[in-house]
Write a protein that binds this ligand. Sequence first.
Ligand code: SAH
Length: 407
Amino acid sequence: MTSRDRATAGGLGRSGMRSPAAALPLVQAAGAVAGVAAGPPGLTRPAPRRAAPPRHLADLDPAQRRVAVSELGEPVFRAGQLSRHYFARLTRDPVEMTDLPARSRERLSAALLPGLLTAERELSCDSGTTRKTLWRAFDGAYLESVLMRYPDRVTVCVSSQAGCGMACPFCATGQAGLTRNLSAAEIVEQVVAAGRVLATGAVPGGAARVSNVVFMGMGEPLANYRGVICALRRITDPVPDGLGISRRSVTVSTVGLVPAIRRLATEELAVTLAVSLHAPDDELRDELVPVNTRWKVAEVLASAWAYAAATGRRVSIEYALIRDVNDQAWRADMLGTLLAGRLVHVNLIPLNPTPGSRWTASEPEVASQFARRLESHGLPVTVRNTRGRQIDGACGQLAASTHPPVR
Ligand code: SAH
């Protein structure tokens, strides 16, 4: 990202700390359907109603696909053929659908595989193994996704909303507010697009497939509950109904929308849950994660333990280490006491720089001391890799300015 880009992202209304009350309109966004956006935090008037993205195969479950195909005057088995093209072969190009009559291909792909996202800009670093894509949606909304290739896996970090309404003051996405929820297909398409790039061998390391998906891009996934659940099913359903990615390799990260976490535990999806805690005490968390004024640390953690109990999955606690803000030894002990004995893993993230932020990452020695203290409480701790920092593609740096600079 260029300095001009930073200036644009930073200019989208960053005004330092927001009032805790800013969280309230966001909470109402939880469960909102795609196409009905909540207003940016702090605004009381509702955001304009937006047109929904075009219907896409990935918005539909297999039964709905059969109905859609027969409504187009085609035999129902075409639904399976089309699914195989999209989810297994990662194509939407009618020319490649040689098992379908020419007339049907055109009609089916036009009706059920519309182009949803246009790549506006690609940035890469780490010798091409980290790639950030800025996407433009049908209505001009911008979002970003990041592909990260490691020796043993390929992770795609996807956006669940254009913008974000949670207003965490250390996160670039939170500064511009929420534009809208993404549809399930817009989320799935980010994974499919990464799979296409990997299949061509364009990412160093040879042709590969996406193995992991993390909902840690733009947006609060659980504030787009319906779209995200639908996307999770498409991502984890076996091929050809979905992409066949293992549930344990899919992580949903949340600020801690307690009712939605409790509901997620009932979905029989058993994906990995990550909770962005960032502080063990309500006083500081109210400031760092404004939605904490609605659901407190104790309630958030209780819902996380309920999720772990229901799914058998270790919950990941995300903690961005911010110098002299949340990195004190006493806070490590307080966090250690809260988490000790639970089915949990702590992921420490050195704070990534964001435009205009007055905060910076903890000193490395302070960070490792923080980690050691947590370990002394018997907790598994890792310090997150800050991949993509150079291209503003690391945690909290995705801002997708609405006026991307011409490179
Ligand atoms: N809204 C969701 C998912 C998106 S953010 C959530 O908050 O969990 C993914 C992770 O990056 C979260 O843990 C978030 O708190 C963290 N993050 C945000 N800004 C960051 C920054 N500047 N440096 C490091 N991590 C950051």
